[in-house]
Design a protein. Sequence first.
Length: 842
Amino acid sequence: MSLALLLALVVASPATDSVPEPALVELRIGRLASRTVQAFRVSDRALLPLVQFLELAGIEAGSDGAGGVTGLAHPGEIPVAVSLADRAARFGTRRVALAPGELHAEAGELYLDATRLGELLEVRIVTDWSDLLVSVPDPESLPVAVRRRRESARAALLRPRELAATALPLVAPDRSRWTGFVLDYSWLVPGSDPFGGASYALAAGTDAFGGSLELGLGSAGRVDGSWLGVWRTDPRVTQLRLGDGTATGPRSRSLRGVAATNAPFLRPSLVGTIPYSGRLPAGWQVEVYRGGELVGFDSVAMDGSFATELPVLYGENPVDLVAYGPFGETRTISRTFRVSSALLPRGRFEYAISGGGCRFAPCRATGNLDLRYGLSHRWTAQAGVDAFGRDSLGGLWHPYVSAIGSVTNSWTVQLEGVQRAFVRSGVNYEPSLNLRLFGEYTRFAGGVAQPILNPLHRRSQVSLSGFYRPDPRRAFFYFEGSADHATSGAGSTGHARIGASVQLGAVRWLPYARVEREAVRGAPATTRTFAGFTGFLLPRAGWGKLLREVWVRTALEMEGLRRPSLAMLTLARPVTPTTRLEVGVSWMRGLRGASFTLGLSSFLSSVRSFTTVDAPSGGPASLTQLVQGSVLYDRGAGSVSLVAGPSLQRSGVAGRVFLDANGNGRYDVGEQGLPRVRIQVGSVSAYSDSSGNYRVWDVVPFEPVEVAPDSLSFESPLWVPAVPRMVLLPEPNRFTTLDLPMVIGGVVEGMVVRGAGGARQGVGGVGLVLTERRSGKRRMVTSFTDGSFYLLGVTAGEYELRVDARVLNRIGMTAGARRFAISPSGEGAPASLEVELVAGED
């Protein structure tokens, strides 16, 4: 028999109240670490070997040479000291005085009372002399628990992230018939002429041939129509649009024709990985966190070097590099990595091609071919050609080439050249979210009659902008500015603006100053200067019931020092949770008197409404009414619903949550619908009604979305989803039908026991593994203090219940497996399972 078992079965003889008696005990730190150590017993108290306990808890410790113990707890470098001479213990700023009998020294080892040690470290230490066990039930604050959490995070990082998503069942929509229709509408009605002056816009969409078929109509008489198809996994063509749309390439424009590309419909935020290396003492470990999530780690080699790959997203990537020493010492380095949205992942090639008739006046036909390639994680190259066909003038052919790259982490440059159009260079400096500087210079080509890419006939243009936040902790305190200067054959124009933002109590002020300069050839230049501010007064609780929700906005602008040019005051207050009332007065130089406005905005679930009344001084008042919304038709349910929209090129999921009595996974007549079940579809959710029906709208089409019922909303703890989670590919402009079957789960309960002197005794803290024998799916459960355990919601199947092999190895015992089956009705599990621990052999 193992030594641990023999010790557990020994009935320790009572010790005297004051003389420490040696005893072998198992020292256990939760489920994280354990060790058999020699301790001392004084009455019912345990004196523990201090250095061994601290090392087991993850605290570096050793003798101080004077009979005491010193150590250092990480992270935070918290000093630990226990003095034999002073009979006192310290942990950081915490001090615990020790009474006689609570500290004992023998054979060069210092022993401390378990209760006082728990007070020092602020953890609960439990002594059980019947089992010769001293344990820390909740060690989460100890360094060993911090290290174990880091190890768990590393294991999760090493596990393929796509495994969970790919393992989920993928539900393909039924494309065999037409199933849905959406209609977006907008109607603007002036009160003075509600019929003759009204304007409207309609946009209808449906699913057709696996894509989005759309038709638009406006009061101006323009009709637009298009079809969009998306194939996410096709490496050749991912998007194809026929009909009205926009041209491909860096300069979008309206066309009626065809466009195709292999660029993703919804570009992933993850760009790729970038290498990061450095040097630290040998034996250390480096972990990289982004937003509190572990994204990379490495161990320092014997030569002191380390290297890791950091996954980066488009935009700002603030990361913390945390280095851990052998005993938990920490060093933290904060870095920020920027990735321009124009960059492609390394080795990624994308093309786009489009052609068709122009939907605007300057040209008759247009075409584009655009090629992009990710040269590295820092550079992306682009090349292509824009072509324009014109009636009376000759056609235009504009080949172009460009490159954008990150010279360093903070500097981004862009170079672009377009034949017979312009050359452009830009520099962006952004070391953090709190500082950004941008400059761009463009030189335009001449000699092109009626140029399309230079409609203002400019010769050159310089643009500058900047942003600076002095204190990152104060988000609303910053400075910003911009300047622009352009030249043409007729002269030059320029403007500059500088502004700031400051929060003073409940008021946010945005002062600014701007300069406008215009020089026309043959005439003196004119310069105008303006200064002003905009102020926001946030609601104040002390204003009383009527005014405490009032939001105030004011603005004032002066030309020069004595000539006001604009003044405005607006007050807004919510009337209901979905309706807001606004009143205001404004004045502008050049207009006769002040103008008064009254507005009522309603944001309902079915419609958006904006009512505005304008009353200028000396003129008649006018009223306008704008109504916007969407109509959704679901053929599968035979229903029409109204939403606020817009809904074109959006998607929905609808179905029934029901109790699958026969376990066939399909809804059959007579099966019970389950009410008030929350269904999560991506970032959107809805509750099932009294019949179990649910509807979720405003889901991104063509992209996989996870669908899962929320178990916290189940009325019965025995309800179990037949499929806990699944992935759906929603189709555009329609509801995709997805029924969610639920089954009744069984209850597995019992006791973990062991024989002790002819009687059975419950054993707590024993890990059990329940395995479904056909699928291999496993569930874990741990016995309570009295040895009991239970599992709810165990679905139908054949099961095997075993004690975790790691537990058996640790305690030196064996236990047999229990097998049973559960029927679809949740029955079949034994009323009370008994798992017996049996002494093993050495």
